[in-house]
Design a binder for this molecule. Structure first.
Ligand code: COA
Length: 165
């Protein structure tokens, strides 16, 4: 069974991430969505909140069976090996992603030479998305319908409201 691991901060999970997970399931038998604490990014949602939202979206998509949602701490390559995964999955949205992704893939390969990274192209309608942009739209009262699962959108709007209080 081929297992792919899709790591990220998921602050919060967007339709762009879900699109990559769906595409990954055409290549891998199972996908592990691995949520990183990433304190350096100062996430708006804590780790358990992000984990819960990813699980909720996957369950709603009916992808619960082939998708496992976990959190991991420490080096990604260590978790890849511990989990018995065959490759890291990353989405390549635009040329601007390339440099960062290239660096991460090569560093990960240097750390663990048997760990491969596979890049998937998101659907063009999501190729401009990022969690930061979504948070900015939410912060300015814009509609999130096209980008987020309704429950994720509700939680984001609620979090932003509570921060403004
Ligand atoms: N659709 C929508 N948004 C997408 C996307 C897609 N298909 N693909 C990426 N993004 C967005 C993310 O939402 C995120 O947005 P943000 O920066 O506004 O939050 C951004 O693009 C990329 O961030 P993310 O996917 O969280 O990855 P990252 O570049 O922050 O890296 C890890 C996260 C977890 C992969 C990385 O930090 C890691 O491996 N950490 C473990 C420690 C380690 O091993 N370090 C050494 C190796 S680098």
């Amino acid at each position: 069974m081929k297992i792919g691991i899709y790591p990220g901060t998921f602050d919060p999970i967007t339709h762009g991430h879900t699109d990559i997970i769906t595409r990954s399931l055409r290549v891998f038998d199972k996908v592990i969505v691995a949520v990183a604490p990433n304190p350096a990014k100062h996430p708006l949602f804590n780790l358990s909140e992000r984990l819960e939202m990813v699980k909720l979206v996957m369950k709603d998509q009916g992808q619960g069976g082939q998708v496992e949602v976990v959190s991991f701490d420490g080096l990604l390559v260590d978790y890849v090996q511990r989990s018995g995964s065959h490759a890291i999955i990353r989405g390549l949205r635009a040329i601007s992603d390339f440099e960062h992704e290239f660096q991460m893939a090569l560093i990960n390969r240097k750390l663990a030479k048997n760990v491969e990274t596979v890049f998937l192209m998101p659907s063009e309608e999501y190729s401009y998305l990022s969690s930061t942009i979504i948070k900015d739209i939410a912060n300015h009262g814009g509609s999130l319908t096209a980008f987020l699962h309704p429950e994720v959108a509700r939680r984001l709007q609620e979090r932003i409201r509570s921060l403004k209080r």
